[in-house]
Design a protein around this ligand. Sequence first.
Ligand code: PLP
Length: 348
Amino acid sequence: EIALYQGGASRVAGVDDILKLSSNENPHGAPQSAQEAAREAAGAMHLYPNTDHAGLRAAIGEVHGLDPERIICGVGSDEIIHLLCQAYAGPGDEVLHPEYGFLMYAISARGAGATPVVAPERDRTVDVDALLRAATDRTRLVFLANPANPTGTMIGGQDVVRLADGLPDGCLLVLDGAYAEYVADFDGGLGLAQARENVFVTRTFSKMYGLGGMRVGWGYGAQSVIDVLNRLRGPFNLSNVALAAAEAAMRDRDFAAACLADNTAQRARLLAGLADLGLAADPSEANFVLARFADATEAADCDAFLKSRGIIVRHPVGYGLPDCLRMTVGTATGVDRLLEGLAAWRDR
Ligand code: PLP
């Protein structure tokens, strides 16, 4: 399962000009502000970093209007997911997630000795009723990415509240907002987590903020949960270079706004281009789209064809979507090159 989750190839033999669209990274790279902050922080790499991440938590708190005391920072949101499972799920416990849920939920649940339980989706969209039906008195955690990966679909605020209301006592709803930044005027459930003890939010710097390689994520929830996770994490889990880069990126609101606008525009172009090529795709709210093919063989064929041209997308077989290809939204030229590649595949 770990192998399935790995970011995917970033090289193709014999091809120099690679277009990597397989891990939903920011095609614009990291903001200049973050790169400068990281270079400066690198001068102090002989010193241990702060253990409390105070500067980064303050920046996140200011931007999102949150109490920094209720924020925890981790080595990507992967670490926060892992800590939640370590803290709240063990042998005999169940960790529930939707059918096409992000693979780390099951990996972390198993790592904690708990049993992952899957609730079916409807048309590659999370089905709240199915999740509620699957929840039992053994369910400790429910993971829900909104927007979801790898489908790109999302559910509305009322459905999320209905889920939070309907879950059994003693069960924490984790709203994974890895792609929340790509939805305009959306708080990713932070307001709900502020108001309710049974809701927790995870976020990342790996997507919109362009810091996938720095490994920084954060979580927000009830003080009691934050305190438990802080006791479990390593004291120096984040390097001072990563902390400096993430704080600068969080404060760089112009960069975030520009990336949101460009992703929205390029995603629309990509979806329109796919439709012109006769390929079906769900309406994505994230920085990727999931294109559907006639069957798994056709998807694999297209994947291999694109790869031969240096274009790397994701064939999400491990997610149970073998007839699909997930494609990160690139820059304008990236979208052009992908659509040209798809057209050449269709006309091959
Ligand atoms: N959650 C979702 C839904 C994701 O797609 C990803 C990464 O692709 C993550 C969490 C983990 O991100 P990171 O550990 O880089 O913060």
